[in-house]
Design a protein around this ligand. Sequence first.
Ligand SMILES: CC(C)(COP(=O)(O)OP(=O)(O)OC[C@H]1O[C@@H](n2cnc3c(N)ncnc32)[C@H](O)[C@@H]1OP(=O)(O)O)[C@@H](O)C(=O)NCCC(=O)NCCS
Length: 241
Amino acid sequence: MTRGSKDPQLTIDDIHSNPACISKAITTRSGLELTFRPIQKTDAAMLGRYFLGLSEELKALYAPHPFDQATADQLCAAVETDFIRMVGVLLGAQKQEASTSSARLDDQEQGASTSSARLEGEGRGEGEIIAYFILQLSTPPHEIERYANVGVAITAEDTCRVAPSVTDAYQNQGVGSPLMQHIAWIARQLGRKNMVLMEGVYGHNARARHYYQKTGFREVGTFTPTWSAGRPCFDMIMMLD
Ligand SMILES: CC(C)(COP(=O)(O)OP(=O)(O)OC[C@H]1O[C@@H](n2cnc3c(N)ncnc32)[C@H](O)[C@@H]1OP(=O)(O)O)[C@@H](O)C(=O)NCCC(=O)NCCS
């Protein structure tokens, strides 16, 4: 069992035995209806399609692991104790609607709504995965040290890490924002006090930096890792208290 430093309402064991306890029906501000839920064994083919469909541009910004079918197979078969992998699955028959709706998005800032009743009630099957978020329940020493160097004290036990992605065709439509809010809710239920970015965010990734700020993260430091070809990255943290 993995516990944080606050009293958790949920443990990873609870989630393994009942994945639905962290699943949520989400309607985005543009009207897309999604289920946001943990990956399951039967998702391998669908997750593989998501991975293989990601653009080179996206993969240059987001590289937590290889994006191939073998990785999708492995992740869906695994029972992980330190990671929760969530997928945003579009309910059936919305693809056309989504591709024609972007023109009116700017006028629809009323925010996302959620409704599990609607998901149960409509009886529509799942369509495709359009988002994949990794939540790591602990934080490794090298990341803790970087935060300590800028005066932010975090521990492996009280701080989780997140790595979000929304597939290219659905970016900038208000999909990622409600999903991040729900990830923060899960982290709180697990007793975590803070959430940080997995290996930071590239300084040149202006959209992600704006997205993180808008969803409650603040920038606390900059660093240039060996793998970034000299490009600076930013550490960002969300306080979950
Ligand atoms: C980052 C990401 C997860 C956000 O998901 P999303 O569904 O696109 O997010 P949203 O639509 O909810 O919000 C995106 C915001 O960025 C804004 N944005 C888009 N391009 C931007 C730019 N070049 N500069 C600044 N802001 C920008 C959008 O206007 C929107 O903000 P608003 O709602 O205030 O108008 C998604 O874009 C993604 O997967 N990007 C590629 C992978 C990546 O960078 N992952 C993070 C690695 S650290």
